[in-house]
Design a protein around this ligand. Structure first.
Ligand SMILES: C[S@@+](CC[C@H](N)C(=O)[O-])C[C@H]1O[C@@H](n2cnc3c(N)ncnc32)[C@H](O)[C@@H]1O
Length: 299
């Protein structure tokens, strides 16, 4: 089965207005997408989601949106963008969902989970600890956090609660389902697979389902990091904000980091993605603690 990430791989933009490939038997339609349309699209996705698309992302935007344009029967991008701007919020959601990049996998940047496990054990006294996965995509990150906590505390009900959020409602729905094609879990050790997943049978063959004890540790919400109304309470033991800041400009990154700081416990940790070296913008707020792990500068 094609994963969502694979489905978003960029095909080549057709150059001709209309191409009919007899061998496929299906007529393709190319949609006019001018540079002015792309500039307008970039402004819209920036305004809605804070996502700054580079100029080289025009083919990506084209390929991600043509299916929807075809479904709606619009003649070109200009007409579709008019529709998005004037349509109900549902089309905004579809537009945003199409343009987000959801690539993720279980135990991505494995060293983070070793550090997190030690951190949680060190912090735990009597009160449960809360971790926020702030761009959780299809759920692999928050479930990895839950699995690491189960292993660290040696209990199927560790004193750890995970809040997982994302902007993309399709990704969130997949995360809540907690069902993954077997190739998505193939990199996990046999011990983890056995302990944390149920193998699908019958019409679920080829899929693995997260076990209920892991799933019940995670609470999902839609949160747009670019907006001000985050429904997240403070006193967090850790925030995972990985591989999403790369889509934001420096100003948006700094604003988000400034808003993370008061949500963390004084001894809390912030985990960033491997290519996110934005902390030069936030030296007053965070200092580096280890490879892509940060602590409050005031701690
Ligand atoms: C590449 S995935 C990263 C997933 C996971 N954190 C990881 O590192 O594997 C980026 C995620 O950020 C989400 N995202 C993009 N803009 C966002 C925003 N403004 N607010 C919240 N999430 C956003 C996307 O929907 C996508 O699921």
């Amino acid at each position: 089965m094609m994963t969502r990430a694979q489905a978003k791989i960029d095909p080549i933009i057709l150059q001709q207005p209309t191409v009919t490939d007899e061998s496929l038997g299906t007529p393709f339609r190319a949609y006019e997408f001018s540079d002015a349309d792309f500039r307008r699209l970039k402004k819209m996705i920036f305004d809605y989601a804070g996502i700054s698309l580079n100029d080289n992302k025009k083919p990506m935007a084209y390929s991600r949106l043509t299916k929807r344009i075809r479904q709606l029967g619009h003649a070109n991008f200009r007409e579709y963008l008019d529709f998005v701007e004037h349509a109900d919020s549902e089309e905004h959601v579809r537009f945003i969902n199409a343009l987000t990049t959801n690539l993720t996998y279980f135990f991505r940047e494995a060293h983070h989970f070793t550090i997190l496990s030690e951190h949680l054990l060190k912090l735990y006294r009597d009160e449960p600890l809360t971790v926020w996965s702030a761009a959780c995509s299809t759920g692999e990150e928050p479930y990895s956090i839950a699995m690491a906590a189960i292993e660290a505390f040696g209990s199927d009900a560790p004193p750890v609660r995970i809040i997982a959020s994302d902007l993309d409602t399709d990704a969130l729905a997949a995360a809540k389902r907690g069902v993954y094609a077997l190739d998505k879990v193939a990199s996990l050790t046999p011990q983890r697979l056995k302990r944390f997943f149920l193998k699908g049978a019958g019409d679920q063959a080829g899929f693995a389902r997260i076990r209920p004890q892991v799933q019940r540790m995670v609470e999902f919400h839609q949160v747009n990091l670019h907006e001000d109304n985050w429904p997240i309470e403070g006193n967090l033991a850790a925030i995972f904000c990985r591989n999403v800041m790369i889509y934001f400009n420096k100003e948006t990154q700094t604003k988000i980091l400034d808003r993370f700081a008061p949500l963390l416990r004084r001894d809390g940790l912030l985990f960033a993605g491997h290519s996110e070296n934005f902390f030069y913008n936030a030296r007053d707020t965070f200092r580096i603690r280890g490879k892509t792990v940060y602590e409050l500068a005031s701690s």
